[in-house]
Design a protein around this ligand. Structure first.
Ligand SMILES: [Zn+2]
Length: 434
């Protein structure tokens, strides 16, 4: 048993070491979940001859060592004392190695104070596996929560299509609409009249946790409420909204132009198709613009024709290999593309002539080396830096709407606004008391 655990740890840690050193990835529960969802071709792409030394020195030799070791179980007290000695010695060696590499680790830690934790082997492998296991088991335990008794009905039926477009990693700071002056990143939206350009705040900086801030309240998904109220509901996604559309399912982009590579704009034909069948009544459509401004491969988020600001940062190791100028150019190209896609969504809605309200909000922002931070995600309990918290909230409608004036809007406000617009009343069943 001891040997089996040791061999398992040796193999998983060697794999983690390899991926961290080659791809600079952080190993957390989402990486472990990804590993289980990786198919054979992806594994083929990831395998390379560079792995041979890792396999030899980090797997084969240690495993042989483990197998050859003769484990003698001594009386408990002695066993504990001897084990503590070995653990203390290992810790000293580990701390000494850490000290030698202190500068490099300190710099990496500065860039992302979250990810450094996830590069500590084997803590990352163990905690990632435990988290992934608990996350995959959670649905079974959550069933009770999902079965929260509630009723939903439309109080005042009308003709209205509510479209909620959810963006990815796009921060307010780089939108010209919000005063970005370095260059014009919103040539399309700037030309559209009657846009409500509002300030919103994100409180979670990882997509997995940020999406429910918009699409879930008290354990109940927004799409579950709208569909239960009888409002035809659809989720059109590039990438995925995870389980936030479980009640209605996701319609994924497909048959994409650009040589089969899908981008956020590929949700637009599916939106048009949906609107084609509209004649009257209410509808709710969630558009997931999941490419958005997600790093590190910013250039992969848009078709090549949107590579307008150059030179761009083409290396995934943006912190060490790219200048700030290149980083901003790359990121601004993604905002330019968000501008284009939103313009297309609005154009599609306008030409369809359906009565509509469109709400666009990003899931969270992005740090671009401000205060030494990069990308998004901070440890739980730590407030998001402004760049990751301050997100755009843009509303456009073809009908008269009233927007409460506030200096800042929260993501959960969107949940309530959608229900308000569709005049959906939610009733909670109360537990009977004796
Ligand atoms: Zn995200």
């Amino acid at each position: 048993m001891t040997k089996a655990v040791a061999i398992f740890l040796v193999i998983t840690c060697a794999a983690a070491t390899y991926f961290i050193s080659k791809y600079g990835v952080a190993i957390d529960s989402s990486m472990v979940r990804n590993t289980f969802n990786t198919d054979a071709t992806e594994v083929g792409q990831l395998l390379s001859s560079q792995m041979i030394p890792y396999v030899l020195f980090l797997i084969v030799l240690p495993v042989l060592g483990v197998l050859a070791a003769d484990i003698v179980y001594k009386p408990a007290a002695r066993h504990l004392r001897d084990s503590l000695k070995v653990i203390a010695l290992s810790l000293c060696i580990a701390l000494a190695s850490l000290y030698v590499e202190y500068n490099a680790i300190f710099r990496a830690g500065n860039v992302s104070n979250k990810y450094i934790v996830y590069t500590l082997i084997p803590i990352n492998v163990i905690s990632g596996s435990v988290n992934a296991a608990s996350k995959s088991l959670r649905p079974y335990f959550r069933r009770q929560q999902e079965d929260i008794e509630f009723s939903a009905s439309v109080a005042a039926p009308k003709d209205l299509v509510v479209v909620l477009a959810v963006g990815e990693s796009s921060r307010r700071k780089n939108f010209s609409l919000y005063g970005y002056e370095r260059r014009d990143t919103n040539p399309v939206l700037r030309g559209i009249e009657n846009l409500h350009v509002l300030d919103a705040i994100a409180t979670r900086a990882s997509t997995l946790y940020a999406l429910p801030m918009i699409l879930e309240k008290s354990g109940i998904k927004l799409t579950t409420v709208t569909s239960r109220a009888g409002v035809p509901t659809s989720c059109i996604v590039n990438y995925t909204l995870y389980d936030n559309c479980a009640a209605v399912g996701e319609i994924k982009v497909g048959n994409c132009g650009h040589g089969g590579k899908c981008y956020d704009e590929d949700v637009v034909p599916l939106l048009a198709q949906n609107l084609d069948s509209y004649s009257s009544g209410q509808r709710f459509i969630v558009l997931h613009l999941g490419g958005g401004s997600h790093g590190p491969a910013y250039a992969d988020r848009h078709p090549p024709e949107f590579q307008q600001f150059k030179p761009m940062c083409m290396d995934a190791d943006v912190a060490n290999r790219c200048s700030l100028e290149e980083l901003y150019n790359s990121y601004d190209n993604t905002i330019l593309y968000v501008d284009h896609v939103l313009g297309q969504v609005i154009h599609t809605l306008d030409t369809s002539q359906v009565p509509y309200v469109l709400i666009y909000v990003s899931d969270h922002g992005e740090s671009l080396m401000e205060n030494g931070m990069m990308f998004h995600g901070v440890p739980p309990g730590v407030a998001l830096p402004a760049e990751q918290a301050e997100i755009p909230l843009i509303v456009k409608s073809s009908v008269a709407i009233h927007i409460d004036k506030r200096s800042e809007y929260q993501q959960p406000d969107i949940y309530d606004s959608v229900l308000d617009l569709l005049s959906i009343r939610v009733g909670r069943a109360r537990a009977l008391k004796c």
